[in-house]
Ligand binder design. Structure first.
Ligand code: TMP
Length: 236
């Protein structure tokens, strides 16, 4: 499968057309940004880690009944995916308080939540990806009620799978962000699942094993990404 014209370049990935209009090639970069692009850097080999890790996870999710865009891992940085129209929503699941949730509600990071939280952000860089609720989404016609119901169902299935999946690698899943796309009228999981999009804390030491090392200048960023992939490959 050949890469043709570049369709889109995002902060962490490029998307290319192929000779099949129903298939795209995603190419993962080492570029890293945080705080809506204000902080910029590179994390060597991040693209390889995120590409390989997403492929491992998406394959297992498919086997467990969550439809995904994954077709085939092509190389260290490239994956063949189904062409979708991405819903302009970031779907966030929180098992433990951290990040913007802790800031917004004044709760210490690491606090166990009485209930798993599903949160939506409106994917819109110009607005800074604001928090949005179901009524806002319907009012703005960003998705239909039926699509929201499907997204919610799949998001919790992903959470149930990922908690167990990462625990096998001694990683505690604090929270994560996923995105969905529309393909032939169906909602399928798209984008990536990686240390860029999950908070993962070492079960024994509590050490942060994710992009917060970059966001917060905690050091050992590259080493941590490589370590997460190594653990996941060993315990998948
Ligand atoms: P937050 O606490 O900063 O809102 O982040 C929640 C989760 O979403 C966390 O696992 C990191 C992930 N995330 C992204 O994948 N992309 C983003 O742009 C942001 C802000 C968070």
């Amino acid at each position: 499968m050949q890469k043709l014209e570049q369709l889109y370049e995002g902060k962490a990935k490029k998307v290319f057309k192929t000779d099949d209009p129903k298939l795209y090639i995603v190419d993962y970069k080492d570029d890293a940004t945080a705080f809506n692009g204000e902080k910029k850097g590179t994390i060597a080999s991040k693209g390889v880690v995120n590409n390989k890790m997403s492929a491992i996870i998406f394959k297992q999710l498919e086997e467990r009944g969550v439809p995904t865009h994954l077709v085939k891992l092509l190389s260290d940085r490239e994956t063949l995916v189904k062409a979708v129209r991405i819903l302009p929503l970031e779907v966030i699941i929180r098992n433990v308080a951290a990040g913007s949730f802790s800031q917004r509600y004044g709760v210490e990071e690491g606090t166990e939540l009485a209930k798993t939280v599903l949160e939506f952000s409106y994917k819109n860089d110009a607005l800074g990806d604001p928090l949005i609720n179901d009524d806002h989404i319907l009012a703005l016609r960003l998705a239909t009620q039926e699509q929201l119901d499907t997204v919610r169902k799949y998001a919790f299935m992903v959470n149930d799978f990922l908690k167990e999946f990462f625990l096998k690698s001694d990683l505690r899943l604090i929270d994560f962000k996923i995105e969905f796309g529309e393909c032939d009228g169906e909602i399928i999981l798209a984008d990536e699942i990686s240390p860029d999009t999950c908070r993962l804390w070492d079960v024994h030491t509590g050490e942060k094993m994710d992009k917060d090392r970059f966001r917060r200048d905690l050091g050992n960023v590259e080493e941590t990404y490589r370590e997460v992939l190594k653990r996941v490959e060993e315990h998948q």
